[in-house]
Design a binder for this molecule. Structure first.
Ligand code: NAD
Length: 317
């Protein structure tokens, strides 16, 4: 079968070649028309989230049978068009939640221990002085977690066992066994806003979580709260976050996701604030997670070729 991989970085090419030596491997994000042109004979397509597999792409690839996305989300694939064409779609539901949880602490500590300011002082200003860079310690502080799914529970465990924090969490579907195993306590949503010194968001972006963090809940928070967002930008209402930061109600915002990721300049105010640390949606991106992403995706293709049951099937017969 003709297999094409899109969006493969140079350092990952050998992962694919080891298993499918004859596969076509393309790098970068191709526009729709180029995907159509380069994949005319493709029967199995393996993509990442920046390739738009639209109705037009699906309709224009005559031999396509299977699409595997190396991601949890699959909103870049037109499922309706795929279903109409009888395609099978597979995803990778968990490529390593610990990797995202670890990034939460990388972001948090770099903010509250003022790592980039310290680095700038030493490397750019050639000053080796600590004055003015006092940080905030984690031990004994209350961490409030919104969403205790795969990532939230990892963050809870790392915070309580590693940093000796008190961890409270809210989830509309609480699981007391999970709370015991991961050393946190479920509370009502309002208590998260009121009690937490640091709040970390781990819920999906849904109509009910869109702009969950807005003036309405920021008003309830402690002065000097720290907000961490590694979930989706839309969970936080950006102008209200900016207002909270300006008024010093929010001491730091540490963000891996933004409401306006496509045009970075739309986040101008956030970018200019020294108490905001932003990374470019990179929390998932580490050695373990990339290995697992490819292993799972390649295994789905192998199973399909052997006519075995597909374990991570999103749609299809
Ligand atoms: P998950 O599905 O395992 O967990 C989500 C949890 O949120 C569930 O327990 C669910 O019950 C809970 N939830 C649903 N509605 C809620 C609400 N209104 N309030 C509070 N909790 C609610 O998902 P996950 O794998 O833990 O991922 C969490 C988020 O992280 C997702 O939004 C995902 O898009 C994002 N994510 C970001 C990166 C990154 O690189 N920054 C990588 C992977 C995932």
């Amino acid at each position: 079968m003709k297999i094409t991989f899109l969006e493969v970085e140079d350092e990952d090419k050998n992962k694919v070649q080891k298993v499918f030596s004859k596969a076509k491997i393309l790098s970068g994000v191709l526009p729709e028309d180029e995907i159509i042109e380069k994949c005319q004979d493709t029967e199995i397509l393996c993509v990442f989230i920046y390739s738009q597999i639209s109705q037009k792409v699906i309709k224009s690839l005559p031999k396509l049978k299977l699409i595997v996305t190396r991601s949890v989300g699959y909103d870049h694939i037109d499922l309706k068009a795929a279903k109409e064409k009888g395609l099978i779609i597979c995803n990778v539901p968990d490529y390593g939640s610990h990797v995202i949880a670890e990034h939460v602490f990388a972001l948090l500590l770099s903010g509250i221990r003022r790592i980039s300011e310290g680095e700038e002082r030493v490397e750019k200003e050639h000053k080796f002085e600590f004055q003015g860079l006092r940080g905030i310690a984690l031990k004994g502080k209350t961490l409030g977690i919104i969403g205790t799914g795969k990532i939230g529970r990892n963050v809870a465990r790392m915070a309580s066992l590693g940093f000796l924090m008190d961890v409270v969490a809210y989830d509309p579907f609480p699981d007391e066994d999970l709370a015991r195993e991961n050393h946190f306590e479920y509370v009502k949503q309002d208590e998260i806003w009121q009690k937490s010194d640091i709040i970390s968001l781990h819920c999906p972006l849904l109509p009910e979580t869109h702009h969950l963090v807005s003036n309405k809940v920021i008003d309830k928070m402690k002065k000097g709260v720290v907000i961490i967002n590694t979930s989706r930008g839309g969970v936080v209402k950006t102008p209200d976050l900016v207002k909270g930061l300006k008024s010093e109600k929010i001491a730091y915002a540490v963000l891996d996701v933004l409401e306006h990721e496509k045009n970075i300049n739309d986040n101008k105010e956030l970018l200019e604030m020294s108490n905001v640390i932003i990374t470019p949606h990179v929390a998932f991106y580490a050695d373990d997670s990339m290995n697992r992403m490819y292993e799972e995706a390649l295994s789905s293709i192998e199973r399909f070729l052997k006519d075995e049951k597909l374990v991570h099937q999103v749609i299809g017969v």
